[in-house]
Design a protein around this ligand. Structure first.
Ligand code: FAS
Ligand code: PHB
Length: 393
């Protein structure tokens, strides 16, 4: 016995892309169903991104889910770059007139889920074996299993918002897909702790021992990262060792201000740059990590998912309201234009700040020279700032 359902847009994935898309469509009177393989507790517990571009914050305000963001989010007007004991600041406000907001992706998802469940429409949690069918016709279908029952969801469109390991990219015609990838020979060891941040802004540090980042989630919750080798095991990194390494890499001034304490989360994540093109085929449209991945150095991952959603919801609304299909037809081209620029910036920031070569190498000297140039050039700082706060949609 298969249960039949019908909706306008079938969305795979209740991450930030799927949740924001559903919300923006609902505001325009367009119904959707979200199929999520995990349960709500898992989705709301994931520790991911921390920095929202101005465009992302604007979309969340337009979606009517930014009340807590505007109350609790930390507006940051710049970041600090550390090269050994030398520190300099990139003043976003002065250089671009824009700022970023520090507010965890975890909180963004909680706010979007609350809005969804307040009456916007269903999220099918624990949707197993989601499969995509008939994307070349005008009635694509999603089949899945839930609570021991088979389901068949007929849609007008399918939005693949199911992240890097999802099913939607695999559902694109294999002969159509082109993928581009750079896997980095190191990872990030991240730690979350309920201690006050060592600085009121983020610190990105290049150090001969490796990259480090001092970030935060609130005035009482800090998020730190250190570059580590891919064969590292968390067991070899007790909290004390992480704090000591952070103090060495972030420099004496930050170390003197650093408050240490027990970690509440600790993880090692690999880094890659990845783009899969095109982002659409027939009635299937990909958004977010389903189509592209960036190393987190440029704080672009979550924000790119949000700009994809901006283009996709705009195109779907135009189709439903006016029948015009041009924005839908150009979605992939439009979204990829911004994706590639963010891929470049994330790749460049990663190459600038991470230990990739021996410190005595020519390449290490180029990193040091480039940082020296950025420290002394308004033009170079403006280029970094306008990419970090987010290029225009
Ligand atoms: P997501 O991966 O967030 O969401 C996809 C959803 O689809 C998930 O809920 C998943 O359970 C679901 N799903 C997957 N397959 C499915 C299937 N077959 N059926 C149904 N549902 C399915 N970005 C930053 O900017 N800064 C960071 O510091 C940062 N840190 C990160 C750390 C880690 C460990 C990871 C993995 C990513 C990090 N990112 C960071 C990037 C991250 O924030 C992504 O860019 C962001 O989550 C993208 O959102 P979505 O595209 O919605 O994908
Ligand atoms: C974070 O706070 O998790 C964070 C901030 C900036 C980055 C990456 C991660 O570039």
């Amino acid at each position: 016995m298969v249960s039949q359902m019908r909706t306008q847009v079938g969305i795979i994935g209740a991450g930030p892309a799927g949740l924001l898309l559903a919300r923006l469509l609902k505001i325009q009177g367009i119904d959707s169903v979200i199929l999520e393989q995990r349960d709500r507790a898992y989705v709301e517990s994931r520790i991911r991104a921390g920095v929202l571009e101005q465009g992302t914050a604007t979309q969340l305000r337009d979606a009517g889910v930014a009340e807590r963001l505007d109350r609790e989010g930390l507006v940051h007007e710049g970041v600090e770059i550390a090269a050994g004991e030398r520190h300099f600041r990139i003043d976003f406000q002065e250089l671009t007139g824009k700022t970023v907001v520090v507010y965890g992706q975890t909180e963004v998802c909680k706010d979007l889920i609350a809005a969804r469940l307040a009456g916007d429409g269903p999220i099918v949690w624990n949707a197993a074996d989601v499969a995509v069918h008939d994307i070349d016709g005008n009635r694509p279908r999603l089949t899945y299993r839930c609570d021991g029952q088979d389901h068949d969801l007929v849609c007008d469109f399918v939005a693949g918002c199911d992240g890097f390991h999802g099913v939607s990219r695999q559902s694109m015609p294999a002969d159509l897909l082109r993928t581009f990838e750079r896997v980095y020979p190191f990872g990030w060891l991240g730690i979350l702790a309920d201690v006050p941040p060592c600085s009121h802004e983020l610190i990105y540090a290049r150090h001969e021992r490796g990259f480090a980042l001092a970030s935060m989630r609130s005035p009482t919750r800090s998020r730190y990262y250190i570059q580590c080798s891919l064969d590292e095991r968390l067991e070899a990194w007790p909290d004390a060792r992480i704090w000591e390494e952070l103090q060495r890499r972030l420099g004496r001034a930050a170390a003197a201000r650093m408050v240490t304490g027990p970690s509440i989360e600790k993880s090692i994540a690999p880094l890659r740059s990845f783009v899969s093109t095109p982002m659409q085929s027939g009635r299937l449209f990909l958004a977010g990590d389903a189509s592209h991945i960036v190393p987190p150095t440029g704080a672009k991952g979550l924000n790119l998912a949000m700009s994809d959603v901006h283009y996709l919801q705009r195109a779907l609304v135009a189709w439903y309201k006016t029948g015009a299909a041009d924005l839908l037809e150009r979605y992939s081209e439009t979204a990829l234009a911004r994706v590639w620029k963010a891929e470049r910036f994330s790749w460049w920031m990663t190459g600038l700040l991470h230990r990739l070569h021996d410190e005595a190498s020519f390449e290490a000297q180029m990193q040091i020279a480039e940082l020296d140039y950025i420290a002394s050039s308004r033009a170079a700082q403006t280029a970094l700032a306008e990419n970090y706060v987010g290029l225009p949609y």
